[in-house]
Design a protein around this ligand. Structure first.
Ligand code: 13P
Length: 267
């Protein structure tokens, strides 16, 4: 699968601004021929905007994703401030981002928390965009693969649990995306080289394949300061299946230019 996903984070500030962004996205994509689309487009608004965004994206080529779900319960419960997988799916989302470095940093998300979240998502048929990435210090210390392996252990444990429930490997591979986002590249304008990202993605694909021999190749996206200037370079690598875009996804023009770069390269 190829995908370009906009992670809107805690943006935009108002529903009016959300609708303006959607107006531009929909106007630019409604006339596109489905046969020319080789990349799945997705946007992940904040939880409060998810219902409205999903409603407007119904019957369009763009999917709605959440940015997080509750670890505590997949359904209902006394968990103030949380939104469950069931509620997110009911709001119209078909995917959720999990384990973003900002969640790991500001909410101290642990291995077990993330295993619970992944399992809760799959229980309600939400696809998972699982984020992993090393810090600047870890990168400088050449610890990238070791850090990613530790973070990917969440996927290993989740797959083991899902296998007990006889979940089909093909379905699992269709519902799982790994997003490699070096923490030092997020919002900084600094990016690793395409060669570095490609080698890292190859490592991720091999690592996940070893968790489940029956799992077809997993989709791996790159995220971190992807913009209209560097999108073509990343898209040209066969190891880079798409992008998870932050800042540049808040403007329809730049998001769609990035999406088009991947669409062209993956055609
Ligand atoms: P930027 O594209 O703003 O660097 O953010 C990347 C990101 O964190 C997407 O999840």
């Amino acid at each position: 699968m190829h995908a370009v996903i906009g992670n809107w984070k805690q943006n935009p500030a108002t529903i009016d601004e959300v609708n303006t962004l959607l107006d531009s996205l929909l106007a630019a994509t409604e006339d596109q021929d489905a046969n020319d689309q080789h990349c799945q487009l997705m946007v992940a608004p904040s939880c409060i905007h998810l219902t409205g965004v999903s409603a407007r994206l119904q019957n369009t080529s763009i999917l709605a994703a959440a940015q997080d779900i509750s670890a505590h319960s997949s359904s209902i419960g006394a968990y103030t401030g949380d939104c469950s997988a069931q509620q997110i799916a009911d709001a119209g989302a078909t995917w959720t981002i999990l384990g973003h470095s900002e969640r790991r940093q500001y909410h101290k998300e642990s291995h077990q928390t993330l295993v619970n979240k992944v399992n809760n998502a799959f229980e309600h048929n939400l696809g998972v965009v699982f984020c992993i990435g090393e810090t600047q210090t870890q990168y400088d210390d050449k610890q990238t693969f070791a850090v990613l392996d530790k973070q990917l252990a969440v996927i290993k444990d989740s797959i083991a649990k899902l296998k007990e429930q006889h979940i089909d490997s093909k379905k699992l591979s269709e519902d799982l995306i790994i997003a490699y986002e070096p923490v030092w590249a997020i919002g900084t304008g600094k990016v690793p080289t395409v060669e570095e990202v490609s080698a890292t993605h190859e490592h991720i694909k091999q690592t996940v394949a070893a968790f489940d021999k029956a799992l077809p190749a997993v989709t791996v996206l790159y995220g971190g300061s992807v913009n209209t200037d560097n999108a073509d370079d990343f898209a040209a690598s066969t190891m880079i299946d798409g992008a998870l875009v932050g800042g540049a996804s808040l403007k329809a023009d730049s998001f769609l230019a990035i999406a088009n770069a991947f669409n062209r390269a993956k055609s």
